[in-house]
Design a protein around this ligand. Structure first.
Ligand code: CUA
Length: 225
């Protein structure tokens, strides 16, 4: 989760988030290079004394500054497309979790084992434990096995919500009447925090998500108890 002064992305806990961070850095690098180049050119314009009264066209330079940006855009578009399809891929999941957005809490269903269902409410500040995270902790956490492909199905019961876990690179809208699907792979144990990210009403800010990532045998123990 994000802590003080962390203005960038959170550390990734899944291969897809790692790829997203690589792509972000790649795109940012290109952006910085363009900004520096254009900034330099604009700055140098102040000191330019050359005037050409008879200049009407410059075919060569026009060709260059049309084609070059198009090529630069390709260097962003192709990796972006690769990521898009990678994020959409479902790799034979071993667990399916269904999460339903409500005003204003999430409910979860583990339909492939024992039909476990539960609601997950934020813990209000006045009931928070000393080591709890304000506006982020919930009463019932999702428990998921690490090092396994997990499919998540997201929907909503009332308005649009969005199931978002930054560290895992997951962000799926829950829309009434629809069932959205995505998948992820958690590559380390720990707690992963997320929040709803569709403006869904008065308590939009107060329906966080907590994933407890545990080794597979712990998960089996949890699911069978
Ligand atoms: Cu649910 Cu915002």
């Amino acid at each position: 989760m994000s802590t003080w002064a962390n203005l960038g992305l959170q550390d990734s806990a899944s291969p897809l988030m790692e790829q997203l961070i690589f792509f972000h850095d790649h795109a940012l690098l290109i952006l910085v290079m363009i900004t520096v180049l254009v900034g330099y050119l604009m700055f140098m314009l102040f000191f330019n004394n050359y005037v050409n009264r008879f200049l009407l066209h410059g075919q060569l330079i026009e060709m260059i500054w049309t084609i070059l940006p198009a090529i630069i855009l390709l260097f962003i578009a192709l990796p972006s497309l690769r990521l898009l399809y990678l994020l959409d891929e479902i790799n034979e999941p071993s667990v399916t979790l269904k999460s339903i957005g409500h005003q204003w809490y999430w409910s979860y269903e583990y339909s492939d084992f024992n039909n476990i269902e539960f609601d997950s409410y934020m813990i209000p500040t006045n009931e928070l434990a000393n080591d709890g995270f304000r506006l982020l902790d919930v009463d019932n956490r999702i428990v998921l096995p690490m090092n396994s492909q997990i499919r998540i199905l997201v929907t909503a019961a009332d308005v649009i919500h969005s199931w978002t876990i930054p560290a895992l690179g997951v962000k799926v809208d829950g829309t009434p009447g629809r069932l959205n699907q995505t998948n992820f792979f958690i590559n380390r144990p720990g707690l992963f925090y997320g929040q709803c990210s569709e403006i869904c009403g008065a308590n939009h800010s107060f329906m966080p998500i907590v994933i407890e990532s545990v080794p597979v045998n712990y998960f089996i123990k949890w699911i069978s108890s």
